[in-house]
Design a protein around this ligand. Structure first.
Ligand code: NAP
Length: 318
């Protein structure tokens, strides 16, 4: 039985594994997508110590660091369920059930499952998914060299995505439902610098149209006299919802926005279950590499205290 199982292969997860290993805790780190949301960051300019680093490179360094410890076991698998062991028999801990049918047991679990990209829910979106509609502008922009694309949203993902896409695309239409962006001013300035980014504000798309691939989007209000906007690609970047699917069947409490509710020590209301990263209510919902790493470190520290019988720190929900 592992001392702890960390679910997720992103920034919070790898940091938790590094800290857990240094506490000499046997640690299973398991997840489906290597690098988590971190690999979607084309350019990270706020990881202290690196003026600029590519998300995939940073995540590869995290992975190598965590796997350098003999206490850490890495597994690529989809976790289908976390089940409490038989408390009646005095077993304390959890069984992880993988999609393959295999299982693993751990005394504690750190849920660092991140978030799932939101869909718009407009006509044609699902039909053209993978045929021009994608959910990661920074990952897919390079397939649209010399083409016209639309980016939907007004947060960091959309504004950064538009700036990155503009490096290769002919024209990038940044379509946002409001006049103000919630993105970092750094990225807003980058967007304003690019002559080939056209802002379409206080507007929305109501349909994606095409044949074998995307040909246009329909706008809710006319732009330059028409509601039909010809584009080759549509990048939907309207945020993400916390991936709490493994936590809720365990009885973990969510906050009012649907995030895994954690105390200052990253404990949930279920003893032995901790959270870290974008899935949690921690760090004031400020989803960053730095905050995810901080939460991963705190979660591992709290697991150590819990296994020693300390039960965590002040603010513990356990
Ligand atoms: P976000 O901050 O939640 O922004 C989502 C954007 O999509 C908002 O502008 C929102 O509009 C818009 N939106 C939401 N639902 C919509 C709908 N149904 N139709 C049209 N527009 C809709 O999401 P995010 O940009 O993916 O960022 C998520 C987190 O990751 C944030 O904490 C962000 O700081 C972080 N992040 C950081 C970086 C970085 O540091 N470089 C990069 C990417 C992401 P309203 O503004 O009107 O609500």
């Amino acid at each position: 039985m592992f001392d702890t199982a960390v679910i997720g292969l992103g920034c919070a997860s790898y940091t938790a594994a590094i800290y857990a290993a240094r506490y000499k805790l046997t640690t299973l780190i398991v997840g489906e997508t290597e690098g988590g949301m971190g690999i979607t960051a084309a350019e990270v300019g706020n990881w202290p110590g690196d003026i600029e680093v590519k998300g995939p490179d940073l995540m590869e360094r995290f992975r190598k660091h965590a796997l350098s410890f003999e206490e850490v076991t890495h597994k690529t698998a989809r976790v289908e369920a976390i089940e409490p062991l038989d408390l009646a028999r005095g077993d304390k801990g959890f069984r992880l059930r993988f999609q393959s049918g295999e299982t693993a047991e751990a005394k504690t679990v750190i849920i660092a499952t991140g978030s799932n990209k939101r869909h718009l829910g407009v006509k044609g979106e699902e039909e053209f998914s993978g045929k021009g509609v994608t959910y990661c502008a920074t990952c897919d922009a390079f397939f649209y060299r010399g083409k016209d694309v639309a980016v939907i949203g007004g947060g960091d993902s959309a504004v950064e995505g538009a700036a990155i896409a503009a490096q290769v695309a002919k024209t990038v239409y940044l379509i946002h439902r409001r006049k103000e962006f919630r993105a970092e001013p750094y990225w807003i300035d980058k967007v304003k610098e690019r002559k080939n980014i056209v802002l379409i504000l206080e507007n929305a798309i109501t349909e994606v149209k095409g044949d074998t691939k995307v040909r246009s989007v329909t706008l809710s209000k006319p732009f330059n006299g028409s509601t039909d906007l010809p584009v080759d690609g549509v990048f939907i970047e309207i945020g993400a919802d916390p991936a709490v699917g493994l936590a809720t069947p365990l009885g973990c409490t969510l906050d009012e926005r649907g995030y895994l509710k954690v105390g200052d020590d990253m404990s949930t209301n279920v003893p032995g279950i901790f959270g870290a990263g974008d899935v949690t209510s921690g760090s004031n919902h400020f989803a960053q590499f730095t905050t995810a790493a901080g939460e991963g470190a705190i979660a591992a520290n709290s697991v150590f205290a819990y296994l020693q019988g300390g039960g965590g720190h002040a603010g513990s929900m356990g």
